[in-house]
Ligand binder design. Structure first.
Ligand SMILES: *Cc1c(COP(=O)(O)O)cnc(C)c1O
Length: 393
Protein backbone atom coordinates (compact mmCIF):
# COMPACT_ATOMS: atom_id res chain seq x y z
CA UNK A 1 0.00 0.00 0.00
CA UNK A 2 1.41 3.39 -0.96
CA UNK A 3 2.15 5.66 1.99
CA UNK A 4 -0.14 8.70 1.68
CA UNK A 5 0.48 10.09 5.16
CA UNK A 6 2.16 13.22 3.81
CA UNK A 7 -1.08 13.97 1.95
CA UNK A 8 -3.07 13.51 5.16
CA UNK A 9 -0.79 15.98 6.91
CA UNK A 10 -1.38 18.56 4.19
CA UNK A 11 -5.14 18.04 4.44
CA UNK A 12 -5.05 18.46 8.23
CA UNK A 13 -3.10 21.68 7.88
CA UNK A 14 -5.60 23.11 5.43
CA UNK A 15 -8.41 22.27 7.80
CA UNK A 16 -6.69 23.92 10.77
CA UNK A 17 -6.19 27.11 8.75
CA UNK A 18 -9.91 27.27 7.88
CA UNK A 19 -8.91 26.82 4.25
CA UNK A 20 -10.44 23.42 3.61
CA UNK A 21 -12.80 23.45 0.65
CA UNK A 22 -15.94 21.43 0.24
CA UNK A 23 -18.17 21.14 -2.78
CA UNK A 24 -21.87 21.85 -2.42
CA UNK A 25 -24.16 19.69 -4.48
CA UNK A 26 -26.55 21.62 -6.69
CA UNK A 27 -29.77 19.94 -7.77
CA UNK A 28 -31.25 22.53 -10.14
CA UNK A 29 -30.38 24.63 -13.15
CA UNK A 30 -28.41 27.84 -12.57
CA UNK A 31 -30.59 30.86 -11.96
CA UNK A 32 -31.42 33.52 -9.37
CA UNK A 33 -32.70 30.67 -7.20
CA UNK A 34 -30.93 27.40 -6.90
CA UNK A 35 -31.47 24.17 -4.97
CA UNK A 36 -28.57 23.12 -2.74
CA UNK A 37 -28.82 20.14 -0.41
CA UNK A 38 -32.59 20.19 -0.71
CA UNK A 39 -32.74 23.89 0.20
CA UNK A 40 -33.79 26.69 -2.12
CA UNK A 41 -31.34 29.60 -1.94
CA UNK A 42 -31.04 32.94 -3.71
CA UNK A 43 -27.78 32.56 -5.57
CA UNK A 44 -25.28 35.43 -5.36
CA UNK A 45 -22.13 33.57 -6.34
CA UNK A 46 -22.51 32.39 -9.91
CA UNK A 47 -20.77 33.93 -12.92
CA UNK A 48 -23.88 33.59 -15.06
CA UNK A 49 -24.01 37.39 -15.21
CA UNK A 50 -26.70 37.72 -17.85
CA UNK A 51 -28.84 34.83 -16.61
CA UNK A 52 -28.31 32.86 -19.83
CA UNK A 53 -27.21 29.46 -18.48
CA UNK A 54 -30.78 28.14 -18.55
CA UNK A 55 -32.34 30.42 -21.17
CA UNK A 56 -34.99 28.50 -23.17
CA UNK A 57 -33.74 29.63 -26.59
CA UNK A 58 -30.21 28.58 -25.75
CA UNK A 59 -31.31 25.24 -24.31
CA UNK A 60 -33.32 24.59 -27.47
CA UNK A 61 -30.35 25.44 -29.70
CA UNK A 62 -28.27 22.96 -27.70
CA UNK A 63 -30.91 20.23 -28.07
CA UNK A 64 -31.35 20.81 -31.80
CA UNK A 65 -27.64 20.66 -32.43
CA UNK A 66 -27.41 17.46 -30.39
CA UNK A 67 -30.10 15.99 -32.64
CA UNK A 68 -28.18 17.00 -35.76
CA UNK A 69 -24.59 16.43 -34.64
CA UNK A 70 -24.88 13.99 -31.75
CA UNK A 71 -22.99 14.50 -28.51
CA UNK A 72 -19.33 13.79 -29.14
CA UNK A 73 -17.22 15.74 -31.60
CA UNK A 74 -15.28 12.58 -32.43
CA UNK A 75 -11.75 13.98 -32.58
CA UNK A 76 -9.55 17.02 -32.14
CA UNK A 77 -10.01 20.09 -34.35
CA UNK A 78 -7.03 19.22 -36.52
CA UNK A 79 -8.18 15.68 -37.22
CA UNK A 80 -11.92 15.50 -37.97
CA UNK A 81 -13.62 17.22 -35.02
CA UNK A 82 -13.87 20.78 -36.36
CA UNK A 83 -17.55 21.13 -37.22
CA UNK A 84 -19.39 23.80 -39.13
CA UNK A 85 -20.87 25.01 -35.84
CA UNK A 86 -17.42 25.49 -34.28
CA UNK A 87 -16.35 27.38 -37.36
CA UNK A 88 -19.41 29.60 -37.45
CA UNK A 89 -18.96 30.44 -33.78
CA UNK A 90 -15.37 31.52 -34.42
CA UNK A 91 -16.50 33.78 -37.24
CA UNK A 92 -19.25 35.39 -35.18
CA UNK A 93 -16.98 35.90 -32.18
CA UNK A 94 -14.30 37.54 -34.32
CA UNK A 95 -16.88 39.81 -35.88
CA UNK A 96 -18.37 40.71 -32.49
CA UNK A 97 -15.04 41.75 -30.94
CA UNK A 98 -13.85 43.35 -34.20
CA UNK A 99 -10.85 41.12 -34.76
CA UNK A 100 -9.68 39.31 -37.92
CA UNK A 101 -10.20 35.89 -36.45
CA UNK A 102 -11.00 33.93 -33.30
CA UNK A 103 -10.04 30.48 -32.09
CA UNK A 104 -12.42 28.44 -29.93
CA UNK A 105 -10.74 26.62 -27.01
CA UNK A 106 -12.26 24.00 -24.71
CA UNK A 107 -11.78 26.08 -21.54
CA UNK A 108 -10.39 29.42 -20.47
CA UNK A 109 -7.71 27.65 -18.50
CA UNK A 110 -6.57 25.83 -21.64
CA UNK A 111 -6.77 28.99 -23.76
CA UNK A 112 -4.41 30.80 -21.40
CA UNK A 113 -1.99 27.91 -21.02
CA UNK A 114 -2.04 27.24 -24.76
CA UNK A 115 -1.62 30.82 -25.91
CA UNK A 116 1.10 31.91 -23.51
CA UNK A 117 3.08 28.70 -23.92
CA UNK A 118 2.91 28.98 -27.69
CA UNK A 119 4.05 32.61 -27.64
CA UNK A 120 6.83 32.49 -25.05
CA UNK A 121 9.88 30.41 -24.22
CA UNK A 122 12.89 30.71 -21.97
CA UNK A 123 14.44 33.67 -23.80
CA UNK A 124 11.29 35.74 -23.38
CA UNK A 125 9.63 37.86 -20.69
CA UNK A 126 6.16 37.87 -19.22
CA UNK A 127 4.78 40.71 -17.08
CA UNK A 128 1.72 39.90 -14.99
CA UNK A 129 -0.42 41.82 -12.55
CA UNK A 130 -0.14 40.38 -9.03
CA UNK A 131 -3.89 39.69 -8.99
CA UNK A 132 -4.05 37.87 -12.33
CA UNK A 133 -6.12 34.72 -12.53
CA UNK A 134 -4.39 31.47 -11.57
CA UNK A 135 -4.56 30.19 -15.16
CA UNK A 136 -2.48 33.15 -16.39
CA UNK A 137 0.05 32.72 -13.61
CA UNK A 138 0.32 28.98 -14.32
CA UNK A 139 0.71 29.70 -18.03
CA UNK A 140 3.49 32.22 -17.41
CA UNK A 141 5.35 29.89 -15.08
CA UNK A 142 5.07 26.85 -17.32
CA UNK A 143 6.24 28.79 -20.39
CA UNK A 144 9.72 29.09 -18.90
CA UNK A 145 9.80 32.81 -19.75
CA UNK A 146 11.32 35.18 -17.22
CA UNK A 147 8.42 35.99 -15.00
CA UNK A 148 7.71 39.40 -13.49
CA UNK A 149 4.70 40.18 -11.31
CA UNK A 150 3.92 43.87 -10.95
CA UNK A 151 1.87 45.53 -8.23
CA UNK A 152 -1.85 45.53 -8.89
CA UNK A 153 -2.78 48.07 -11.57
CA UNK A 154 0.49 49.91 -10.91
CA UNK A 155 1.78 51.24 -14.24
CA UNK A 156 4.90 52.76 -12.67
CA UNK A 157 5.87 49.47 -11.13
CA UNK A 158 5.37 47.73 -14.46
CA UNK A 159 7.42 50.33 -16.28
CA UNK A 160 10.34 49.97 -13.85
CA UNK A 161 10.37 46.27 -14.63
CA UNK A 162 10.16 46.81 -18.38
CA UNK A 163 13.01 49.34 -18.23
CA UNK A 164 15.31 46.73 -16.72
CA UNK A 165 15.08 44.55 -19.81
CA UNK A 166 15.04 47.31 -22.36
CA UNK A 167 18.08 46.10 -24.27
CA UNK A 168 17.03 42.47 -24.34
CA UNK A 169 15.49 41.37 -27.60
CA UNK A 170 13.43 38.46 -26.28
CA UNK A 171 9.67 38.63 -26.81
CA UNK A 172 7.80 40.61 -24.16
CA UNK A 173 4.23 39.97 -23.15
CA UNK A 174 2.17 42.05 -20.73
CA UNK A 175 -0.89 40.11 -19.64
CA UNK A 176 -3.70 41.12 -17.29
CA UNK A 177 -7.25 40.26 -16.35
CA UNK A 178 -9.54 42.80 -18.05
CA UNK A 179 -11.80 42.63 -14.98
CA UNK A 180 -10.07 41.13 -11.95
CA UNK A 181 -11.93 38.02 -10.91
CA UNK A 182 -11.83 38.45 -7.14
CA UNK A 183 -11.90 42.27 -6.93
CA UNK A 184 -14.12 43.22 -9.85
CA UNK A 185 -12.06 46.27 -10.89
CA UNK A 186 -10.71 46.82 -14.41
CA UNK A 187 -7.10 46.98 -15.57
CA UNK A 188 -6.01 50.44 -16.83
CA UNK A 189 -6.03 49.16 -20.39
CA UNK A 190 -5.41 52.41 -22.25
CA UNK A 191 -2.26 53.07 -20.23
CA UNK A 192 -1.17 49.45 -20.57
CA UNK A 193 -1.62 49.61 -24.31
CA UNK A 194 0.50 52.77 -24.54
CA UNK A 195 3.23 51.23 -22.38
CA UNK A 196 3.24 48.02 -24.39
CA UNK A 197 3.65 50.06 -27.54
CA UNK A 198 6.49 52.12 -26.07
CA UNK A 199 8.38 49.00 -24.94
CA UNK A 200 7.70 46.92 -28.00
CA UNK A 201 5.75 44.41 -25.91
CA UNK A 202 2.54 42.55 -26.75
CA UNK A 203 -0.56 43.17 -24.67
CA UNK A 204 -2.93 40.33 -23.82
CA UNK A 205 -6.10 40.47 -21.74
CA UNK A 206 -8.20 37.77 -20.19
CA UNK A 207 -11.71 39.18 -20.39
CA UNK A 208 -13.53 36.32 -18.62
CA UNK A 209 -15.56 38.77 -16.52
CA UNK A 210 -15.89 41.67 -18.95
CA UNK A 211 -17.23 39.79 -21.97
CA UNK A 212 -21.03 40.13 -22.09
CA UNK A 213 -21.04 42.62 -19.22
CA UNK A 214 -19.01 45.67 -20.24
CA UNK A 215 -19.10 47.82 -23.35
CA UNK A 216 -22.03 49.31 -25.20
CA UNK A 217 -22.85 46.03 -26.96
CA UNK A 218 -21.39 43.70 -24.32
CA UNK A 219 -18.21 42.97 -26.27
CA UNK A 220 -16.27 43.54 -23.05
CA UNK A 221 -13.18 45.53 -22.12
CA UNK A 222 -11.90 46.00 -25.68
CA UNK A 223 -15.16 47.80 -26.47
CA UNK A 224 -15.32 49.68 -23.16
CA UNK A 225 -11.76 50.97 -23.55
CA UNK A 226 -12.04 51.26 -27.32
CA UNK A 227 -8.95 49.20 -28.12
CA UNK A 228 -8.53 47.80 -31.61
CA UNK A 229 -6.49 44.83 -32.72
CA UNK A 230 -3.31 46.89 -32.99
CA UNK A 231 -3.63 48.36 -29.53
CA UNK A 232 -4.71 45.08 -27.94
CA UNK A 233 -3.41 42.28 -30.15
CA UNK A 234 -4.31 39.27 -27.98
CA UNK A 235 -7.85 39.15 -26.64
CA UNK A 236 -8.97 36.12 -24.69
CA UNK A 237 -12.41 35.67 -23.14
CA UNK A 238 -14.42 32.81 -21.71
CA UNK A 239 -17.90 31.67 -22.61
CA UNK A 240 -18.93 29.92 -19.37
CA UNK A 241 -19.60 33.15 -17.51
CA UNK A 242 -21.53 36.02 -19.10
CA UNK A 243 -22.47 33.81 -22.05
CA UNK A 244 -23.89 31.12 -19.75
CA UNK A 245 -22.37 28.45 -21.99
CA UNK A 246 -18.93 26.82 -21.98
CA UNK A 247 -15.51 27.22 -23.55
CA UNK A 248 -13.30 30.19 -24.39
CA UNK A 249 -11.74 31.96 -27.32
CA UNK A 250 -8.69 33.93 -28.33
CA UNK A 251 -9.15 36.67 -30.93
CA UNK A 252 -6.63 38.66 -32.93
CA UNK A 253 -4.88 38.90 -36.25
CA UNK A 254 -4.82 36.26 -38.94
CA UNK A 255 -1.16 35.59 -38.10
CA UNK A 256 -1.81 35.15 -34.38
CA UNK A 257 -4.66 32.68 -34.92
CA UNK A 258 -2.81 30.65 -37.55
CA UNK A 259 0.19 30.53 -35.22
CA UNK A 260 -1.96 29.24 -32.35
CA UNK A 261 -3.56 26.58 -34.56
CA UNK A 262 -0.03 25.32 -35.33
CA UNK A 263 1.59 25.71 -31.90
CA UNK A 264 -0.94 25.88 -29.02
CA UNK A 265 -0.73 22.37 -27.61
CA UNK A 266 -3.92 22.51 -25.46
CA UNK A 267 -5.73 23.42 -28.68
CA UNK A 268 -4.15 20.69 -30.76
CA UNK A 269 -4.02 17.72 -28.41
CA UNK A 270 -7.56 17.63 -27.12
CA UNK A 271 -10.95 16.52 -28.38
CA UNK A 272 -13.03 19.34 -29.82
CA UNK A 273 -15.95 20.48 -27.67
CA UNK A 274 -19.33 19.01 -28.54
CA UNK A 275 -20.72 20.94 -31.54
CA UNK A 276 -23.91 21.48 -29.50
CA UNK A 277 -21.88 23.65 -27.09
CA UNK A 278 -20.90 25.84 -30.03
CA UNK A 279 -24.55 26.00 -31.14
CA UNK A 280 -25.63 27.01 -27.62
CA UNK A 281 -22.97 29.74 -27.57
CA UNK A 282 -24.12 31.04 -30.96
CA UNK A 283 -27.62 31.26 -29.48
CA UNK A 284 -26.22 33.10 -26.41
CA UNK A 285 -24.59 35.69 -28.65
CA UNK A 286 -27.90 36.16 -30.43
CA UNK A 287 -29.89 36.52 -27.19
CA UNK A 288 -27.31 38.98 -25.89
CA UNK A 289 -27.77 41.14 -29.00
CA UNK A 290 -31.56 40.80 -29.04
CA UNK A 291 -32.01 41.51 -25.32
CA UNK A 292 -29.71 44.41 -24.36
CA UNK A 293 -32.12 45.04 -21.48
CA UNK A 294 -30.44 42.16 -19.64
CA UNK A 295 -27.16 44.04 -19.46
CA UNK A 296 -28.97 47.29 -18.64
CA UNK A 297 -30.80 45.60 -15.76
CA UNK A 298 -27.53 44.14 -14.47
CA UNK A 299 -25.98 47.61 -14.41
CA UNK A 300 -29.04 49.00 -12.60
CA UNK A 301 -28.56 46.32 -9.92
CA UNK A 302 -24.83 47.09 -9.68
CA UNK A 303 -25.58 50.80 -9.05
CA UNK A 304 -28.29 49.91 -6.53
CA UNK A 305 -25.97 47.55 -4.67
CA UNK A 306 -23.06 49.99 -4.53
CA UNK A 307 -25.17 52.91 -3.38
CA UNK A 308 -26.75 50.93 -0.55
CA UNK A 309 -23.53 49.30 0.58
CA UNK A 310 -21.94 52.72 0.94
CA UNK A 311 -24.98 53.95 2.89
CA UNK A 312 -24.76 50.94 5.23
CA UNK A 313 -21.12 51.54 6.17
CA UNK A 314 -19.92 48.20 4.78
CA UNK A 315 -16.68 48.38 2.84
CA UNK A 316 -17.02 48.44 -0.94
CA UNK A 317 -14.34 47.65 -3.50
CA UNK A 318 -13.78 49.97 -6.49
CA UNK A 319 -15.66 47.77 -8.93
CA UNK A 320 -18.10 48.69 -11.69
CA UNK A 321 -18.54 45.08 -12.77
CA UNK A 322 -20.92 42.33 -11.69
CA UNK A 323 -18.34 41.24 -9.08
CA UNK A 324 -18.95 43.18 -5.85
CA UNK A 325 -16.79 41.72 -3.09
CA UNK A 326 -17.06 42.65 0.57
CA UNK A 327 -13.60 42.15 2.08
CA UNK A 328 -13.77 40.71 5.59
CA UNK A 329 -10.08 39.88 6.15
CA UNK A 330 -10.17 36.87 8.37
CA UNK A 331 -10.98 33.50 6.72
CA UNK A 332 -12.99 32.27 9.74
CA UNK A 333 -15.07 35.43 9.77
CA UNK A 334 -15.78 35.17 6.04
CA UNK A 335 -16.91 31.57 6.49
CA UNK A 336 -19.11 32.50 9.42
CA UNK A 337 -20.77 35.30 7.49
CA UNK A 338 -21.33 33.03 4.53
CA UNK A 339 -22.94 30.42 6.83
CA UNK A 340 -25.19 33.04 8.47
CA UNK A 341 -26.28 34.33 5.08
CA UNK A 342 -27.12 30.82 4.08
CA UNK A 343 -29.38 30.47 7.13
CA UNK A 344 -31.21 33.49 5.78
CA UNK A 345 -31.61 31.89 2.36
CA UNK A 346 -28.70 33.45 0.44
CA UNK A 347 -25.79 31.68 -1.17
CA UNK A 348 -22.70 33.88 -1.10
CA UNK A 349 -19.31 32.20 -1.36
CA UNK A 350 -16.53 33.00 1.09
CA UNK A 351 -13.31 33.27 -0.93
CA UNK A 352 -10.15 32.55 1.06
CA UNK A 353 -6.41 32.30 0.45
CA UNK A 354 -4.72 31.04 -1.65
CA UNK A 355 -7.36 32.20 -4.14
CA UNK A 356 -6.94 35.72 -2.67
CA UNK A 357 -3.95 37.21 -0.79
CA UNK A 358 -3.50 36.46 2.92
CA UNK A 359 -5.86 38.40 5.24
CA UNK A 360 -8.16 39.48 2.44
CA UNK A 361 -10.78 36.74 2.73
CA UNK A 362 -14.01 38.07 1.34
CA UNK A 363 -17.60 37.49 0.42
CA UNK A 364 -17.55 37.45 -3.35
CA UNK A 365 -20.99 38.70 -4.25
CA UNK A 366 -21.88 38.46 -7.91
CA UNK A 367 -24.92 40.11 -9.39
CA UNK A 368 -26.84 38.79 -12.36
CA UNK A 369 -29.48 40.06 -14.73
CA UNK A 370 -31.57 37.20 -13.35
CA UNK A 371 -31.87 38.94 -9.95
CA UNK A 372 -34.67 41.33 -9.09
CA UNK A 373 -34.19 44.64 -7.28
CA UNK A 374 -36.09 43.13 -4.33
CA UNK A 375 -33.62 40.24 -4.10
CA UNK A 376 -30.71 42.65 -4.04
CA UNK A 377 -32.43 44.71 -1.30
CA UNK A 378 -33.06 41.56 0.72
CA UNK A 379 -29.42 40.55 0.37
CA UNK A 380 -28.29 43.98 1.55
CA UNK A 381 -30.47 43.80 4.63
CA UNK A 382 -29.20 40.32 5.44
CA UNK A 383 -25.59 41.43 4.92
CA UNK A 384 -25.93 44.29 7.38
CA UNK A 385 -27.47 42.02 10.03
CA UNK A 386 -24.82 39.37 9.54
CA UNK A 387 -21.95 41.89 9.63
CA UNK A 388 -23.29 43.32 12.91
CA UNK A 389 -23.60 39.88 14.44
CA UNK A 390 -20.10 38.78 13.44
CA UNK A 391 -18.36 41.98 14.55
CA UNK A 392 -20.25 41.94 17.89
CA UNK A 393 -19.20 38.35 18.58
C1 LIG B 1 -12.96 31.52 -15.02
C2 LIG B 1 -11.72 32.14 -15.47
C3 LIG B 1 -10.83 31.46 -16.32
C4 LIG B 1 -11.02 30.02 -16.67
O1 LIG B 1 -12.01 29.85 -17.61
P1 LIG B 1 -12.70 28.43 -17.75
O2 LIG B 1 -13.39 28.46 -19.04
O3 LIG B 1 -13.62 28.33 -16.58
O4 LIG B 1 -11.59 27.42 -17.69
C5 LIG B 1 -9.75 32.14 -16.81
N1 LIG B 1 -9.51 33.42 -16.48
C6 LIG B 1 -10.31 34.09 -15.64
C7 LIG B 1 -10.00 35.51 -15.28
C8 LIG B 1 -11.43 33.47 -15.10
O5 LIG B 1 -12.22 34.12 -14.24
Amino acid sequence: MADLSSLQIALKEREQQSLYRQRQIVASAQGAEIVVDGEQLVNFCSNDYLGLANHPKIVTAFQQAANDYGVGSGASHLVCGHSQLHHQLEEELADFVKRDRALFFSTGYMANIGTINALLGKDDFVYQDKLNHASLLDAGLSSGARFQRFLHNDIKNLETRLDKNVSNDGRKLIVVDGVFSMDGDCAPLNELSAIADKHNAWLMIDDAHGFGVLGEKGAGCSEQFNLDQNQLPILMATLGKGMGSFGAFVAGSETLIEYLIQFARPYIYTTALPPAVAAATLASLQVMRDEPERRQHLHTLIRQFKKNVVASGLKLMPSGSAIQPIVVGDADKALEMSALLREKGFWVAAIRPPTVPANTARLRITLSAAHTEQQVDQLLRALIEVADKVSAA
